[in-house]
Design a protein. Structure first.
Length: 171
């Protein structure tokens, strides 16, 4: 996805992806890559990388697998089949609001995404855990009568991994 062009729903550039919004046909989408991409685990990538020959890769290009990294070519042939799901799905943002007492129309946003590439991935977990603990602490203060000067929004955004969907579309 070419997010510098525009983030968010690739079918609705510049407008919110709301029900009934005019959507581009896939053939007109400018942000989707034309080259099939498939993330691989290191276990799947290692035999492919090990099969490369040619010059040794520069230090900056090497990973941490126990192989000598080469830049190719090599004798191995790979048939990679990528099957993409181009269907639409609903994402779910979770937004909590603590109204401000002095300037309720001024917002302080605290947000993080909660989706990950695969079940069990830890990418969003540490940030989301800290965000939820902060929200819990402010909830305790609210019960004691404290009120923030400005409105505070706690945002748990979905669809970050697919292109900053939740946060962009929410904004």
């Amino acid at each position: 996805m070419d997010m510098p062009l525009y983030p968010g729903d690739p079918l609705t550039p510049g407008i919110g992806a709301t029900p009934g919004a005019k959507r581009l046909p896939l053939s007109e989408v400018k942000t989707l890559t034309k080259i099939p991409v498939l993330p691989l685990s290191y276990g799947d990538a290692q035999p492919l990388l090990a099969a490369l020959q040619g010059p040794v890769a520069p230090d900056a290009w090497r990973g941490a697998l126990p192989i000598t990294y080469h830049i190719g070519p090599g004798p191995a042939k790979v048939h990679l089949k990528v099957r993409s799901n181009w269907g639409m799905a609903t994402i779910y943002d979770v937004i909590a609001k603590i109204p401000g007492a002095v300037a309720p129309d001024e917002w302080v946003l605290r947000g993080n995404h909660f989706d990950a590439w695969v079940n069990g991935a830890q990418d969003p977990v540490s940030g989301q855990a800290a965000l939820l603990e902060e929200a819990r602490a402010l909830g305790t203060l609210l019960k004691q009568g404290w009120k923030p000067a400005r409105t505070i929004l706690y945002c748990a955004w979905d669809g970050e991994e697919e292109g900053l969907l939740g946060s962009t579309e929410w904004a």
